[in-house]
Design a protein around this ligand. Structure first.
Ligand code: SF4
Ligand code: SF4
Length: 263
């Protein structure tokens, strides 16, 4: 059965998981949400469909939420989701997906969480290299498990996952989605910027432009943190916290992979 995996990534954690899983599944296409989400009409064409994305503010990233609302899924019958995360975990993103699928008379059959190294450097510093290595090793094992379940079109979600009280984290996530475009007001650049344009290139939603050689953010931010994490000079800051935090992107995912996400 042919599969399509739709993914969204900022620093490569979700892309690495999506790539690894797509290589294991027979006949699987990998499609970047950032490449297609603004198209007038979106529709899946394969029977099996997966969504791979990071946990943002206890739920779905805005771009993933908007994409799921928009895509027509009538030709697909088996749905799974893989959520990458680095801190607290909760069931809200799976519940949000099911709510959206409910409106399309579809059911989320399987949902998974994979712990990955922290990239949310505006809140917390990155994990040590030793810890990152542990997470990568565990992720490989988890992908094996996911593959076995998805390959057989199995379900791992009981009804209880959709019945849990979730109002608090849903509100938290909705507040985030309603306001995230403007969160980029806290970004600024130090004078070590070389005007290399990498931040412009890796931004999945083309939210950054070089003006007189200096990056300017244009308030359509998804807060994926690709720009701040991929800047080779480490000269992008977000408030005061990131002056002290290190930078992270998945070691097997590079600038070109991020550019490919949108082009
Ligand atoms: S990636 Fe960094 S050095 Fe390059 S233009 Fe952006 S802020 Fe400047
Ligand atoms: S401006 Fe930076 S944080 Fe915002 S979407 Fe673009 S790359 Fe991500």
């Amino acid at each position: 059965m042919k599969t399509t995996i739709y993914y969204f990534t900022g620093t490569g954690n979700s892309l690495k998981i999506a790539k690894s899983l797509s290589e294991k599944l027979d006949d699987c296409d990998l499609i970047a949400i950032a490449k297609i989400w603004e198209e007038d009409y979106l529709a899946s064409s394969t029977e099996k469909v997966g969504f791979v994305f990071p946990l943002y503010y206890a739920g779905l990233p805005k771009i993933v939420y908007d994409f799921l609302q928009k895509i027509e899924l009538s030709k697909s019958n088996y749905f799974f989701a893989v959520v990458t995360y680095a801190g607290d975990i909760n069931t809200t993103p799976l519940q949000q997906i099911q709510s959206i699928l409910d409106a399309k008379s579809k059911t989320l059959s399987a949902g998974f969480y994979i712990l990955m190294p922290n990239n949310y450097i505006i809140g917390y510093d990155v994990h040590s290299e030793a810890r990152q290595k542990d997470y990568f090793e565990e992720a490989i094992k988890k992908i094996e498990i996911i593959h076995k379940i998805v390959e057989k079109n199995e379900s791992n979600l009981g009804k209880e996952i959709f019945e849990k009280h979730r109002i608090k984290s849903e509100k938290f996530n909705k507040d985030f989605r309603d306001n995230v475009y403007a969160y980029d007001k806290s970004f600024y650049v130090e004078d070590t910027c070389t005007s290399c344009g990498i931040c412009v290139k890796v931004c999945p939603v083309n939210n950054i432009k070089l003006e007189d050689g200096i990056p300017q953010w244009h308030h359509k931010c998804q807060q994926c943190l690709a720009c701040i994490n991929f800047c080779p000079e480490k000269c992008i800051q977000f408030g005061k916290k990131t002056i002290k935090t290190q930078r992270y992107h998945h070691p097997e995912i590079n600038v070109k992979d991020l550019i490919n996400q949108k082009n």
